[in-house]
Design a protein around this ligand. Structure first.
Ligand code: COA
Length: 167
């Protein structure tokens, strides 16, 4: 039985993430979306907000029977061990991503060699996408409708509107 974890900061979840989730759910019997507390970067949305948005998306995609949201702090491999998960899924968009992802996967494998990382390529139309680029475009008035689910877009615009000093 394939049980996997797709971790990320999801600040916020974009259609690029949704693309990976939908495709991963096609071959995983159980898929967990690990929403990282984000100690490694300052986030616009809180952990609770990012997790709630991920949950909304999973329900919208009709995947809630097999896909669950897991907010987490601490080491990714500890989360995997706690939930008996031995496969981590990561999206690799470019050669630049690969360098970082390779090191992350190697460190996770060093920490827990029973856990494997599987790299997935995003669909071509989302290969350029990142949450920070979406946040920046939205902040500067760019149209991000084709990059986010409508609910997430609304949350982002509301959040940016309430945090005028956000950079
Ligand atoms: N579509 C769109 N964007 C994508 C994407 C896709 N398919 N795949 C990745 N991205 C983007 C994200 O939006 C994010 O963009 P941003 O930086 O502009 O906001 C970027 O790629 C990478 O972010 P993310 O996937 O959230 O990874 P991360 O590098 O911020 O964090 C964790 C990765 C959360 C899995 C990792 O840091 C972690 O688990 N940390 C916990 C501690 C730990 O165990 N560390 C490792 C061993 S020391």
């Amino acid at each position: 039985m394939t049980k996997a974890l797709y971790p990320g900061t999801f600040d916020p979840m974009t259609l690029g993430h949704q693309d990976i989730i939908t495709r991963a759910a096609a071959f995983c019997e159980e898929l967990y979306i690990g929403v990282a507390a984000g100690h490694h970067k300052q986030t616009l949305f809180s952990l609770e907000e990012r997790s709630a948005m991920a949950q909304d998306i999973i329900e919208e995609l009709g995947l809630s029977a097999r896909v669950k949201v897991l907010p987490y702090e601490g080491l990714l491999v500890d989360l995997c061990r706690k939930h008996n998960i031995s496969l981590i899924i990561r999206g690799v968009r470019s050669v630049g991503d690969f360098e970082y992802e390779y090191r992350l996967a190697a460190m996770n494998h060093h920490l827990a060699d029973e856990i494997e990382t599987l790299f997935m390529l995003p669909s071509e139309r989302f290969a350029f996408l990142s949450s920070s680029l979406v946040r920046e475009s939205a902040k500067l008035g760019g149209d991000v409708s084709a990059l986010l689910a409508p609910k997430i877009k609304k949350n982002l615009l509301d959040k940016l509107g309430s945090q005028k000093n956000y950079v």
